[in-house]
Design a protein around this ligand. Structure first.
Ligand code: FAD
Length: 369
């Protein structure tokens, strides 16, 4: 009956890299994926000659050369630099907050003028012990940046007013006193030329993958078929929610083909007012500098999450952490199951961290190979 060394639940970055590394070491591997495609949230789909980031904008960035070299063995990355802009009621500002932003906001030119202005704004409304996110944000960057670039966006993201959100959500806000719109400070960044799905085709080449199969539809059957099972789905679901439900925020994406070559002139535009219902618009061709007559855009809406809809951002507050810790204790004792990835660890992880973590697991599983 036993057929596989490893069954891997989930074909996202974590599962696919593990499958690749196990196969490389001669292991017999089966990947189960409940969606109709491989790649998890990194999946890109070609529409009108443009690679559409179906589950939201994904920009690979890292300062870890080992991780960068690792992903570059599967595809070539372009030189895309993430420089989102904010649209506040028709006013355009550069992000992250930098000299371009300050210059547009206040007409200041030198870093000294900008820091003086921010200091003035902060001290004007300083709250000694901030009780909510609004007070915290004003303490950090002052009223103008808060009102135009933080308030509406944050309220849409969390579905609550900033005055009702706890201050700890923003511990610090990066403020940069250079004319530099590069969002990330990392040494390496880019987008895979030809889309992320290409990476997954290579990772899973020659590996048996069953799409549209939910592991839980036949859990016992699959468990018996493998020596070990790597599970990358939601941890609470693995235990049938016995200790409680781990909460998330979710997203809704509206994709649209536009009969024009250039819709917004940038890959990512954040809408920072509260009235516009979506948080951002992506224009996918600008990730890869594609020249075509049409364009594909995606409006991203932040929505409440309930069981059954796609979980995106874990709500890592105290109550959820307590529940997670209980599941973690149980999962540490499982004799044949391994757990990893953003859902099984209930944590927001950027892609480069996922690569680091799964390679740690690979080293642990195959110490001498
Ligand atoms: P996933 O990609 O979620 O893969 C898990 C897979 O398991 C899924 O395919 C799922 O269908 C499958 N699965 C679950 N349960 C079952 C089951 N019972 N049976 C079968 N299959 C199952 N990171 C960056 O570095 N840069 C970015 O710009 C960036 N942008 C992001 C934007 C958004 C909107 C979000 C939400 C995340 C972003 N990330 C970004 C993070 C990135 O998406 C994650 O690091 C990555 O997706 C994690 O991979 P994973 O394999 O852990 O999870």
């Amino acid at each position: 009956m036993k057929k596989y060394d490893y069954i891997i639940v989930g074909s996202g970055l974590y599962g696919a890299i593990f499958a690749y590394e196990a196969k490389k070491r001669g292991k017999n591997v089966l990947v189960l994926e409940k969606r109709s495609h491989i790649g998890g949230n990194l999946y890109t789909k070609e529409v009108e000659g443009i690679n559409v980031h179906v589950y939201g904008a994904h920009i690979f960035h890292t300062s870890n050369k080992k991780v960068w070299d690792y992903v570059n063995q599967f595809t070539e990355f372009n030189n895309y630099v993430n420089s989102p802009i904010a649209n506040y009621k028709g006013e355009i500002y550069n992000l992250p907050f930098n000299m371009n932003t300050f210059s547009k906001l206040w007409g200041v030119i030198t870093p000294e003028e900008a820091s003086k202005k921010i200091e003035e704004q902060r001290s004007g409304m300083f709250t000694k012990e901030p009780k909510n996110l609004e007070e915290q944000a004003i303490n950090l960057v002052g009223i103008d940046i808060y009102e135009k670039l933080i308030k509406g966006y944050t309220e849409k993201q969390w579905g609550r007013k900033c005055t009702e959100l706890p201050p700890f959500i923003i511990k610090r806000l990066p403020v940069r006193f250079t004319y530099n719109n590069n969002y990330f400070n990392d040494r390496y960044q880019g987008i895979p030329i030809g889309g992320y799905t290409k990476i997954f085709n290579k990772l899973l080449d020659g590996i048996e993958v069953k799409l549209k199969v939910d592991y839980f539809s036949q859990k016992e059957y699959f468990d018996e078929m493998a020596d070990k099972v790597l599970y990358t789905g939601p941890l609470d679901q693995f235990y049938n929610y016995s200790e409680g439900v781990l909460e998330y925020r979710s997203l809704r994406f509206e994709h649209e083909i536009k009969d024009m070559s250039n819709f917004q002139g940038n890959a990512v535009v954040n809408y920072t007012d509260v009235e516009t219902p979506y948080t951002r618009i992506l224009e996918h061709k600008h990730f890869e500098m594609v020249e075509t007559n049409k364009t594909v855009i995606t409006k991203e809406y932040s929505i409440d999450w309930t069981l059954g809809i796609e979980p995106y951002y874990p709500i890592n507050d105290n109550a959820n952490q307590i529940i997670y810790d209980k599941y973690k204790k149980l999962s540490d004792k499982e004799p044949k199951h391994l757990f990893g990835g953003r859902l099984a660890e209930y944590k927001y992880y950027d892609m480069h961290i996922i690569v680091e973590r799964v390679l740690e697991l690979v080293n642990k599983e195959f110490p001498n190979e």
